[in-house]
Design a protein around this ligand. Sequence first.
Ligand code: FAD
Length: 390
Amino acid sequence: MDFDLPPDDDPTRQQVRAWLRDNPSPTGRQLAEAGYVAPHWPRPWGLDADPIQQLVIDEELRAAGVRRPANPIGIGWAGPTILHAGTEAQKERYLFPLLSGEEIWCQLFSEPGAGSDLANLSTRAEQDGDEWVVNGQKVWTSLAHHARYGILIARTDADVPKHQGVSYFVCPMDLPGIEIRPLIEMTGGHTFNEVFLTDVRLPADSLVGEVNKGWTLAKVTLGNERVSLSSGGALWGNGPSASDLFDTVRAAGGVDDPHLRQRLAQLWIEAEVLRLIRLRTVTAAVKGTQPGPEASIRKMLADEHGQRIMGLAKDLAGARGLLEDEGPLGQPDLHGWHYGFLFATALTIGGGTSEVQRNIVAERVLGLPHDVDVEVGKTWKQARAAESGR
Ligand SMILES: Cc1cc2nc3c(=O)[nH]c(=O)nc-3n(C[C@H](O)[C@H](O)[C@H](O)COP(=O)(O)OP(=O)(O)OC[C@H]3O[C@@H](n4cnc5c(N)ncnc54)[C@H](O)[C@@H]3O)c2cc1C
């Protein structure tokens, strides 16, 4: 890391502190209108903040115990894509309610036959007068049951190679023809859904960007990551971290078993490596250079590290860990270790599987040959016909 965060008299720091004195318990709408939800966005939605200013704002909000609205898909993915390619009317309509958390968003991308190979998607959108008629099925749609809108990618031309015939839409989730069926996880929780779309009529102004140029926008969506010095928690920053586990072990008087001690030391080393990789990514952003391979490497390492934290917490609970409310070493489950143990298995799948991350590292970092693509030169329709004949 070769930057220091500015001291107490830094103007941004002073401005945030003064604002927090006037707004000690801000609502999502107040945070959004002040530009503090996504400070790196352009005005009026953000503050055009550079990476250092973002980090200062993050630090001040955290110190004041202020949490930003929870709307991960809206703020993290839909918003940046609309900013990038949306019309002025779309920006005006969607961005503030999305930043304030008043309108939750979901992502209608994955399908039963299109996950890692997302461009294989077969949900169709056909133009009918001013409207688009959508038919198909999506799956693993997190938060669909709470969402006001979804970002939807659908096939608008089947007679071109698969990446070229995809368009990007905003889909109001209360339209006739949308059926949301819950998928209950092994945690007992309900985050995901299957979404069935039958003759759903999207208005003309639902299209984002140009017809058949949606794949480029889908890549904008998937590649968008805010500069953040997040806590390093194990469940994509939302769960307990290795240091929470060390605190729990210390509070219980430590462990003698040499094998368990070795696993704890291994986790400490991994957490430190991840912290340093994160600082390298932030340093690159602060210097205005593109982050290198750190982001892909970090995702792969962090998700597997998260599973090992949860696995060790469970092992430290021993046989009593079979009961839901037992934490490590006879401690109460204050950090949600049981839920985390069950949910952590999803981390190496969501947001690009670990195998796919390794492919990216192999190709872009190590310069190894690209995955064999049997569909080169074929239209989406020809490729699917060949597939069904196999
Ligand atoms: C927690 C979580 C949240 C999610 N939320 C959403 C959401 O809100 N919206 C949404 O649209 N989707 C969501 N998903 C879906 C997610 O994006 C997909 O599960 C993921 O892209 C993998 O696709 P798949 O499940 O179809 O697996 P597949 O792509 O079928 O993969 C099956 C297996 O094959 C391996 N594999 C596939 N291709 C290759 C290759 N080229 N080389 C080596 N191995 C390969 C994979 O690594 C995996 O082990 C979520 C998933 C999870 C776990």
